[in-house]
Structure formats: C-alpha cells, structure tokens
Design a protein around this ligand. Sequence first.
Ligand SMILES: Cc1cc2nc3c(=O)[nH]c(=O)nc-3n(C[C@H](O)[C@H](O)[C@H](O)COP(=O)(O)O)c2cc1C
Length: 264
Amino acid sequence: MLMTNFLQKRKSVRNFKNDVVPKDKLENIKLLMDEIGKSESDIKFSFYENGSIIADGLKGKAGYDGVMIKAPHYIALEIREDNAMNALKCGYFLEKLNTKIVNLDIDTCWITVDQVDLETKRSVFGKDGENINFLIGLGYGAKKKLFDPEVTSPRLKVEEIMFKDKIGLPVSIEELENYGIFDIFSSVRYAPSHKNFQPWRFVLEGNKIHAYMRKSSEDSRSLVDMGVVLFYVEEMMKSININNKWDIDLKEEDDYYYIGSYNI
Ligand SMILES: Cc1cc2nc3c(=O)[nH]c(=O)nc-3n(C[C@H](O)[C@H](O)[C@H](O)COP(=O)(O)O)c2cc1C
C-alpha cells in the first residue's frame, strides 16, 4: 500500500481481543526486528510474547494517566543512552517497525512507559528495562459494536504545520504542488504522536524542507514524535523518487527546536 494511503488509514487500537498472533507472523515480526535493529547500535528491540506479564506489571503505571493498554504481545525499544538523538531514533525505528507490523494486518498502539519507576521497569523487562521508554502493544482489535462511535483524533491542517521561509509565513498549495509534496504533507498530518500533540512544523526554503518541533512541557516525548514524522517524510518522498535522508542538526530556536533539513 502507498505510504500516503497507509498513513491516512492507520489508527491506534487500544482494545485488543485475547487472541494471540499466529506463530508464523510472530516469527516474521522477529525477523523484521532483527533486520531493522542490526544497523543501529544505539537501539535494541525486545519482544514479549506473553503480554499478560507486561500488562499486569505495568497496570496503573504506564500509558496515559496510568491506563495501561492490555495486548497479547508487546515490543519494547531500549535506548543505550537517554539523549535527544536517541529519542529521535526511538520514534523513527519503532514506527518503521510498526508500519511493517500493521502491514501484516495486525493492530498496534504505542504505549508510554518513561514515567514508570525503575524498579518496576527492571522487574517487568529485566535488568536493562530502565532504558525502555516506549512500547508497542500488538494483536487484533476487538470488533466494535454496531453503534459505537468512530473514534478519530483530530489533526492540524496543512497550513498549520507547513510554512514558507519562516514559521508563521504561509506557503501556497500551488508551490507545494509544484514540488510534488502537497499530498505528502497532507498525509504526514496523520502520523501518530504522544497525546496527539503533533509537535511538528515544516518550513519550505528553496529546495530544502526544515523540520522544527514545538516546545512544550513534554519535550522528551515530542522528540520521539519528531522521529516518527521524519521517518514518514523519508518514506513518502520515495513515492516521488526522492531518496534523501534528513540531515539532523538539533538546536533551540525560541519556542521551537530546530531538528534538521531535507533536500527536495
Ligand atoms: C511517542 C508516542 C507515545 C504514545 N503513548 C501512548 C500511550 O501511552 N497511550 C495511548 O493510549 N496512546 C499512546 N500513543 C498513541 C497516540 O495517542 C495516538 O497515536 C494519537 O492520539 C493519534 O491517534 P491515532 O493513532 O488513532 O491516529 C502514543 C503515540 C506516540 C507516537
């Protein structure tokens, strides 16, 4: 499926059936974890097949306001050192894996565990558990009842996240279309983010796109969201035959963090 369509359709699933994911799919996921993890020495994925141990151990402690999401399986991402670059990598690589899992017709949800005390983390995940800040719960979503309302998280408009030369200055749709990136940035809006903060802002300047993160009281989490969105931009650019990578150059700029630039 095209990444633009994928993103517009993807949704967090928080209510899972008890059914486990078949063994062959789990093996497939483990291969994907090895494949994605092998080139990166700062991150490590771990797979937890028996989800109930994780769900019970983190009950009341993980997730938004301690609402732990119960899933049959979990994947954790461990970072070697807690710094801004590794937070970006956490978002980038965990979402890269997430897209591949969703493409196997498996439902997922990100779960924040950075607020969980170290002792609990060690007892649930093992001795290196203190370096785990985010998980993905995976399984099959419970069918909704016929009249359950559709839950959708609202998104900012393109003109609220994309600017020309400077944050705040409008960019025209025509200009984005001239570069072939209007569809891409219309879809980027659907990327998942912690508490749906959508901290990403983009500035088109010449043939460069600059990425910024809006500062808040939850910057360490927003950096992970930025990693997620950087991944999606790179993936979607491939659909217009641009295979570049973000050039990361983290620095503070007033109400924003400058994250880096991408050549188009
Ligand atoms: C870094 C990150 C952390 C998240 N943590 C949680 C969480 O702890 N609990 C939860 O229910 N959802 C969590 N989410 C899911 C977001 O709330 C969700 O992606 C966002 O609200 C958009 O909704 P959607 O995914 O259904 O489009 C997290 C997402 C990200 C990217």
